[in-house]
Design a binder for this molecule. Structure first.
Ligand SMILES: *Cc1c(COP(=O)(O)O)cnc(C)c1O
Length: 393
């Protein structure tokens, strides 16, 4: 299921990020020389004789378009293996399915809402136990570890509060206790943060967001180094079946080719928007890891190369937040993030509506909190749009 089906490609692991983004895992298609990996839209492959096949038997198990995407993302994350899924949640679920009833997971408490829902409403029913911690404080991870802890699942930065955890320290805590460390790297992207380099065993993504970057697919992917772990996850995927279609893999691969260019623009625009909103008299507080006022800015500077385009601001009340998000023209009112276009929303009413109100309050996800996914448009137009919307607050 790895790269041995393909001729050697041009990139070497020593190449820099932008070169890997364009070339990693891809080589001209051998029959025609097509420079773009074709969309292998097929469910099965013809076998030349009984008992002998080409390496490709059935598309749930092998698909060349999917494998090209997997090698590309592995290259960007500095990992040996990439494994793609039908969604980000399917990728995270496959990791937890390595565990058995009675095993224990330590999870960051402020993960993506869907991850929290899957852990508490689906997987815990099957006998897997979860403890939720504030992983900004590594001691909370350490204290939650049990002899049967097999996985530590973190997300950094978190959605929507932009909380960080120290990946290096979390890795040493997980490994002392014979557990794997998985980091949801969706908000940072491998351009800004590479969890495997910091000791994580798995870096997982909703490729729906920055990796694909064009808001036109749902997908998930993970990167990892360990051969045995990769085999076990491939086994879960082929047994459970949450594979992405070849067209979605092709679109995502087209997205990752420009990841470095897009992330530079997201980082630049995100920082400008965060600084603008932080200073604006109608905004109470801005949350962005790149601001010196962020309580974990020092950690952000140490473990991230850039701070991406995700910004959250406290407007003080639901009414003020509503006026702000309904007053923009360029920023569209929508869920999701990480696309080229700018989006705005109120997490408490949209993405985090399923989180109980008392938990939301404890996390700081108030009804007045507005989240922005800053796109790659001209930043002057974005600031003008925000200024205009804030006039109506
Ligand atoms: C969107 C998201 C997910 C879930 O991914 P899907 O592709 O929607 O299944 C998981 N983690 C984070 C941080 C996300 O933003």
């Amino acid at each position: 299921m790895s790269s041995n089906h393909d001729p050697p490609s041009k990139e070497s692991p020593s190449h820099r990020f932008g070169t890997l983004a364009v070339h990693a895992g891809q080589s001209p298609e051998p029959t025609t020389g097509a420079i773009m990996p074709p969309v292998f839209q097929t469910s099965t492959y013809v076998q030349p004789e009984l008992g002998r096949h080409t390496g490709y038997e059935y598309a749930r198990v092998q698909n060349p378009t999917r494998e090209a995407l997997e090698r590309n993302v592995a290259g960007l994350e500095g990992g040996k293996h990439g494994i793609a899924f039908a969604s980000g949640l399917a990728a995270i679920e496959a990791i937890v399915k390595l565990l058995s009833a009675g095993d224990h997971v330590v999870s960051e408490e402020n993960t993506y809402g869907g991850t929290h829902r899957m852990f508490t409403k689906v997987l815990s029913r099957l006998g897997i136990n979860f403890t939720f911690v504030d992983s900004r404080d590594s001691d909370q991870i350490r204290d939650a570890m049990r002899p049967e802890t097999r996985l530590v699942h973190l997300e950094t930065p978190t959605n929507p509060m932009m909380r960080l955890c120290d990946i290096q320290e979390a890795a040493s805590i997980a490994h002392e206790g014979d557990a794997l460390l998985c980091v949801d790297n969706t908000f940072a992207s491998p351009y800004n943060q590479r969890p495997l380099d910091l000791g994580a065993d798995l870096s997982v993504h909703s490729s729906t967001k920055y990796l694909n970057g064009h808001s036109d697919i749902i997908g998930g992917v993970m990167a990892l180094n360990d051969d045995d772990l990769s085999e076990r996850i491939h086994f879960v995927r082929k047994s459970s079946g949450a594979v992405p279609g070849p067209m979605d893999c092709w679109l995502c691969l087209r997205g990752t080719k420009t990841l470095h260019l897009r992330m530079e623009a997201h980082n630049r625009n995100g920082e400008r928007v965060a600084r603008f909103l932080q200073k604006h008299p109608k905004v109470e507080e801005a949350h962005y890891p790149g601001l010196e006022s962020h309580p974990q800015h020092e950690l952000a500077a140490r473990q991230m190369k850039g701070y991406s385009g995700m910004v959250a601001v406290e407007m003080g009340s639901k009414e003020r937040a509503k006026a702000f998000v309904e007053g923009t023209r360029l920023f569209s009112l929508a869920e999701s993030l990480g696309g080229v276009e700018s989006l705005i929303g109120i997490p408490a009413i949209m993405t985090h509506a399923s989180v109980p109100p008392d938990r939301r309050a404890a996390l700081g996800v108030t009804d007045g909190l507005v989240r922005l996914s800053v796109g790659i448009e001209d930043p002057d137009d974005l600031l003008e749009d925000l200024e205009g919307a804030l006039e109506s607050v």
